[in-house]
Ligand binder design. Structure first.
Ligand code: COA
Length: 408
């Protein structure tokens, strides 16, 4: 039977979410699904139907991404990607991805971004990993902070109050953090209010803000899992979101998170690979790295617009030969002229190309955290003129490294 693809309406959300949860192996009741509704943007959804049976889903959120130079561009934040186990490897995802890229282009959004369940899925659709994330563990009683940061100005708040309290501060924070995405009001509500089917195993959730002069300038959310061993407290704290607009607020939040009685182990999820926390500790090895993995994948949908929107670490010019079967409008010799103050892009057939690359490689280097020379060494990108790679490394790199701490 042929597969038809169309957006679903708000009324069809439960069916849509049920298929997506089922694709991830979750069977949950409608109340749980309904609690995930606030983040849903029906007009950005795509569902694959076999007859009137919904068998696959894809959707996106209307986010922005902060680029090197701190310009911010609209991006489709792709999510809800799933195909029922009964309908896999028949091209359903491929059809959804094609429709979605055309839709993103129609919307005039230069980028699509996502976080991947498996790293082997999205390269073929032109997505490349652009930021990396780390997970750490600390034994709380052995982790001493070296500075005189104290947990002052930290306040426990109710989940329902979080979106209203922190959205403004978060927006300032993310506009100053290359690689970070904006969070819609719906994202905030779902993040703090949605019923998570696995909540009981992970413990109770808490939310804290940091204030300076009455204004919120930092935030953390964590789960507390109660545990006792040989009559002694052995609880685990799992921190899943932690950011601040300034280092003092971040220090105060970290100091608080490491000061909670009854906790033996603190797990930090979704942190930067170069976490300043390592340098705050008297003994940096206490920050044990448990996992480093790709996080934000980036797909240039309008390559010229994306490259013109960012800034470059050094003045220069690069001619990129882009091959892009899925988004053929990106193909050609694209000349990028840029520097720290601005950039422009134009297609010029006669310009001799410096580098040849595909959309996934362009997506990886776009935020400045992956060096073109690393991709060239792996045969993923070709240097066509001597010296071009070194120039590309210099121009495209970002200091500090891009980081995205948002789950979506
Ligand atoms: C990942 C998933 C959406 C793929 O859907 P699908 O309809 O089977 O994909 P398609 O049939 O369109 O496959 C397209 C190509 O991707 C490949 N592919 C699909 N899933 C893959 C995976 N998990 N890992 C590696 N390659 C994969 C296929 O082999 C095919 O390759 P080909 O073009 O060389 O033949 C589906 O397996 C699924 O729902 N998985 C569980 C939920 C999940 O992980 N979702 C992704 C969230 S980020």
């Amino acid at each position: 039977m042929p597969i038809d693809i169309r957006p679903v309406s708000d009324d069809e959300f439960i069916d849509f979410a049920r298929v997506d949860f089922a694709a991830f192996g979750g069977k949950v009741d409608d109340r749980v699904l309904d609690s995930h509704r606030p983040v849903f943007e029906a007009d950005r959804s795509l569902a694959a139907f076999e007859g009137d049976r919904l068998v696959g889903t894809a959707g996106s959120f209307s986010f922005e991404v902060t680029l090197p130079g701190l310009a911010s561009v609209p991006a489709a934040a792709v999510s809800y990607v799933g195909v029922l186990p009964t309908h896999r490897r028949r091209g359903v995802l491929s059809a959804l991805m094609r429709c979605q890229l055309d839709d993103v282009r129609r919307r005039g959004e230069p980028l699509a971004v996502l976080t991947a369940s498996e790293a082997g899925i999205y390269g073929r659709f032109g997505y490349g990993p652009a930021t990396y994330t780390a997970e750490y563990e600390l034994r709380r009683r052995e982790a001493r902070l070296g500075d005189d940061a104290r947990a002052e100005g930290v306040e426990l708040v109710e989940g329902g109050a979080v979106p209203g309290l922190v959205a403004g501060a978060y927006e300032s924070y993310r506009r100053a953090q290359v690689g970070e995405v904006s969070r819609t009001e719906g994202w905030w509500r779902t993040s703090v209010e949605a019923i998570q089917p696995w909540a009981d195993q992970d413990g109770s959730r808490f939310f804290v803000v940091h204030r300076r002069g009455g204004e919120v300038d930092g935030y953390a959310s964590y789960r507390f899992r109660d545990e006792w061993t040989d009559s002694m407290p052995d609880a685990q704290l799992t921190v899943s979101d932690l950011w601040a607009t300034n280092p003092q607020a971040e220090a105060a939040l970290v100091s608080y998170l490491l000061s909670i009685d009854l906790v033996a182990k603190v797990k930090l999820e979704g942190r930067p690979v170069e976490d300043p926390l390592r340098w705050r500790l008297v003994d940096g090895r206490q920050l044990r790295t448990r996992r480093v993995a790709d996080h934000l994948w980036c797909r240039p949908v309008d390559a010229a617009a994306a490259l013109a929107a960012r800034r470059y670490r050094a003045e220069g010019e690069l001619c990129l030969e882009i091959r892009d079967e899925l988004c053929p409008w990106n193909e050609g010799h694209l000349v990028v002229e840029g520097g720290p103050d601005g950039a422009s892009c134009r297609y010029e057939k006669s310009c001799p190309a410096d580098l040849a690359l595909g959309p996934a490689e362009l997506g990886s280097v776009l935020l400045g955290g992956v060096r073109p020379s690393s991709l060239a060494r792996a045969g993923r990108l070709a240097e066509l003129r001597p010296g071009a790679l070194a120039r590309a490394d210099l121009m495209l790199g970002s200091d500090p490294a891009p980081w995205c701490g948002t789950e979506f």
